[in-house]
Design a protein around this ligand. Structure first.
Ligand code: HEM
Length: 393
């Protein structure tokens, strides 16, 4: 598929009509081929978001968006096969959205070209690239975890020294992911992100629980589908890291310092919900590591040589969430007070109309994926991380 920018796609009124007339394809022939199944999910999910967000506003923006059967039926079918949400996800925008520039060379960030972008901007490419860079770094995290879970013995001197070294290395990897998150600042303009890129990501519930949402034509239980948009919160690497370090996002453990009233009112189900937006195999992996009887935190509690290295890794993750919070505030909270630039042409025009209407109506809290109150959510994650430390400072 060529680069998918709305500016080269179709004129909007025609697109709406054509999509309602398209045949409903069966995806069953793709199910034996993982790559083709992933590709089908990616293409269909991109089309759904392109369709919803470029459909002209009909005067009454309180009506739900109806998505045609030609998109919804194959997307729901392929999503059920892959075991995850029938909507644009982190996998569609980052994990599967690239090709090798030179197929003879190995996978590396310099050898990856992102194929689909909504806005046609370099900023959008750079945004996906930052997440991909974090994922590539994340592979080292998964290796450290894997070695921990498969060590034959956790009590001998060699194993403890190895774990201490690995935890120290882990802290360095987490710090480098913080640097990657900060690197979006010069490469992705906050205003472009907020007004030209992010609106395309919005899912059915982006405007909060009482918003009209989307109806998937031809799907019986359309209102029970997971239809929030993509988020790096759907990266399985970050969830794996949380499981490994035993970060208690759900406030189930008694830890210090006690959660603030704001922490308590945050959406504690967010991280669990985000898992439904990860490919089924990723969810399976996370269930597998969650089910392990080994806990690096418990081991560190009872092994003086591991306490500091463990705390250093947790502290690095807390720093990551601090710097991510600053980025999210700059790119979303601050930009929500700015105004969109005018840009002519359909479907960009339809999008701008929506944004203006939302801007005028928008007195409510600034929301993230799934309509969460953003800063409350991210601060709660940061504070839950800090509470994992054995010796909080
Ligand atoms: C311009 C850059 C970024 C912005 C504006 C941003 C914004 C957000 C927002 C709004 C959320 C809340 C959940 C949601 O609504 O989706 C979120 C969550 C998250 N983001 Fe980002 N993000 C950015 C870059 C990144 C990058 C590069 C990573 C790579 C690791 C990342 C990792 C996460 C994670 C793991 C979460 C889940 C919450 C948590 O673990 O604390 N973000 N982000």
């Amino acid at each position: 598929m060529p680069t998918l920018t709305p500016y080269v796609f179709l004129s909007c009124a025609r697109a709406v009509l054509i999509l309602f007339q398209w045949p409903v394809l069966n995806t069953i022939d793709l199910h034996n081929d993982l790559r083709l199944s992933q590709r089908a999910h990616m293409v269909l999910a991109w089309l759904v978001h392109l369709y919803v967000h470029s459909t002209p506003v009909s005067g009454n923006d309180d009506k739900p968006s109806r998505v045609p059967r030609s998109l919804t039926i194959p997307l729901v079918q392929i999503s059920r096969h892959l075991g995850f949400a029938p909507v644009l996800t982190f996998a569609d925008t980052v994990l599967w959205n690239w090709e090798l520039i030179d197929p003879a060379l190995p996978v590396s960030i310099d050898n990856m070209r992102f194929t689909n972008v909504f806005s046609g901007t370099e900023d959008e490419v750079n945004f996906y690239q930052a997440s991909a860079r974090a994922e590539l770094r994340g592979v080292e995290i998964l290796r450290i975890m894997d070695e921990f879970y498969s060590l034959p013995n956790l009590s001998d001197f060699t194993s403890i020294s190895k774990l201490a070294r690995d935890l120290t290395r882990l802290a360095g990897i987490i710090d480098s992911i913080s640097d990657i998150i900060q690197s979006v600042r010069p490469e992705c303009d906050p205003h472009t992100f907020y007004w030209d890129i992010r609106p395309w990501f919005e899912g059915s519930d982006a405007k909060g629980p009482d918003s009209p949402g989307w109806i998937y034509e031809g799907i019986e239980d359309s209102d029970s589908l997971d239809l929030s948009g993509p988020s790096a919160g759907q990266s399985s690497v970050m969830h794996a890291l949380d499981i490994f370090l035993d970060i208690d996002h759900k406030l189930r453990q008694r830890r210090y310092p006690a959660p603030s009233p704001e922490n308590k009112r945050a959406d504690h189900g967010f991280m669990d919900r985000m898992r439904r937006y990860m490919p089924g195999k990723h969810q399976e992996y996370l269930r597998h590591v969650s089910g392990s009887s080994r806990s690096i935190r418990e081991l560190a509690q009872s092994t003086p040589a591991l306490r500091e290295p463990y705390d250093a890794a947790v502290h690095a993750l807390k720093r990551l969430r601090d710097s991510h919070l600053r980025i999210a505030c700059l790119y979303i909270v601050t930009m929500s007070r700015s105004t969109p630039n005018s840009r002519g042409g359909c479907p960009a025009l339809a999008m701008i109309d929506r944004l203006r209407a939302a801007r005028q109506a928008g007195q409510g809290p600034v929301r993230g994926t799934g309509g969460n109150e953003l800063s409350v959510l991210l601060k709660a994650g940061r504070d839950a991380t800090r509470r994992a430390m054995l010796k909080p400072n």
